[in-house]
Design a protein around this ligand. Structure first.
Ligand SMILES: NC(=O)c1ccc[n+]([C@@H]2O[C@H](COP(=O)([O-])OP(=O)(O)OC[C@H]3O[C@@H](n4cnc5c(N)ncnc54)[C@H](O)[C@@H]3O)[C@@H](O)[C@H]2O)c1
Length: 250
C-alpha cells in the first residue's frame, strides 16, 4: 500500500460531538487532515460552525442529552454529507468539583445526562445505519477518572466508568453485524478549556498522579483516535485505550 494511504479516511463521514473546542476540535482537525468529511455537533453552535467552516465541514447545534436535538442534527448530516461511518462521542462536562456530601441531586443528573445519556443516545442514533452498511467506527471519550475514581469528581468519574462499560457491551452486540468496532479511550489530564471549570487543587492532584509529570496535548489524543477510527483498526473492539502519561496501571 502506498504510504499516503496509511490510515486514510477518504470518502468517510465523521461525526464529532463537542467538536467546537478542546479535544473534539483537535480530533476534527486530525480526521479532516486524513481525508474525512467532518460534521461538528456542539451545544455551542458558534464554535461548531467556526471549527467546521475552517475544515470545509458541517457545524451544527446539538445537545447530546436530547434525542430530538440529535435526530435533527443527524438528519442534516445525512442530507448534506451522507451517513456517518465514524462517530466520536467526545462531548462531556466535568460538573462541580465538590465532595459527595456537598453535591446536590441535580449535579449528578446534569453530568449523567451529557456524559452517559449523551453517549447512549448518539450510539443508538448512529449504530443502526452502520449495521445496514456493515461498517462503522465508534470511539467514546471516557477518562482515567472512570478507571480510578477521582475525589471531588464523583458524578464525572461514575459516568466515565459507565462509558467504558457501554463501549464493551455495545462492541459485543455488533461484532456479527459487519466490520464495526466500538472502543473508548481514557485520557488523564489534557490541556483544554474544560480545566478552567475544575478546582485548581483537583487539577494539581490529577497532574501529580501522572508519572510523565505533565498534561497531555489535544494532538496526542487526536492521534490515538485517528488510529482507532481508521479502516486498519479492524480486529480491536470493546477496548479502553490508555492515554495517561503512565498513570493507568491497567
Ligand atoms: N481535558 C481533560 O483533561 C480530559 C481528560 C479526560 C477526559 N476528557 C474528556 O474529553 C472530552 C472533551 O473534553 P475537553 O477537555 O475538550 O472539554 P471542553 O470543555 O474543552 O470541550 C467540551 C465540548 O463539549 C461541548 N458540550 C458540552 N455539553 C454538550 C452537550 N450537551 N451537547 C453537545 N456538546 C456539548 C462543549 O460546548 C465543548 O465544546 C470530554 O468528554 C471530557 O470528559 C477530558
Amino acid at each position: 500500500m502506498p504510504e499516503e494511504h496509511f490510515y486514510s479516511l477518504k470518502r468517510q463521514v465523521a461525526v464529532i460531538t463537542g467538536g467546537g473546542q478542546g479535544i473534539g476540535e483537535g480530533i476534527a482537525r486530525r480526521l479532516r487532515a486524513a481525508g474525512a468529511q467532518i460534521a461538528v455537533l456542539d451545544v455551542n453552535e458558534a464554535n461548531a460552525r467556526r471549527v467546521a467552516a475552517s475544515l470545509g465541514g458541517l457545524g451544527l447545534a446539538c445537545d447530546v442529552s436530547s434525542d430530538a436535538s440529535i435526530e435533527r442534527a443527524l438528519a442534516q448530516v445525512r442530507q448534506e454529507l451522507g451517513p456517518a461511518s465514524i462517530l466520536v462521542n467526545n462531548a462531556g462536562i466535568a460538573g462541580r468539583t465538590l465532595l459527595l456530601w456537598q453535591l446536590e441531586e441535580r449535579d449528578l443528573d446534569e453530568v449523567y445526562s451529557v456524559n452517559l445519556k449523551g453517549v447512549f443516545l448518539m450510539c443508538r442514533a448512529v449504530v443502526k445505519e452502520m449495521m445496514e452498511r456493515h461498517y462503522g467506527r465508534i470511539v467514546n471519550i471516557a477518562s482515567i477518572a472512570g478507571k480510578e475514581g477521582n475525589p471531588t469528581l464523583i458524578p464525572y468519574s461514575c459516568t466515565k466508568a459507565a462509558v467504558i462499560c457501554l463501549t464493551k457491551a455495545l462492541a459485543k452486540e455488533v461484532t456479527q453485524m459487519g466490520n464495526i468496532t466500538v472502543n473508548s479511550i481514557s485520557p488523564a489530564v489534557i490541556e483544554t478549556p474544560i480545566l478552567e471549570k475544575v478546582a485548581k487543587e483537583t487539577v494539581a492532584y490529577m497532574v501529580s498522579k501522572i508519572p510523565m509529570g505533565r498534561m497531555g496535548t489535544v494532538e496526542e489524543v487526536a492521534a490515538l483516535v485517528h488510529y482507532l477510527v481508521s479502516p486498519e483498526a479492524s480486529f480491536t473492539t470493546g477496548q479502553c485505550y490508555d492515554i495517561s502519561g503512565g498513570r493507568a496501571t491497567y
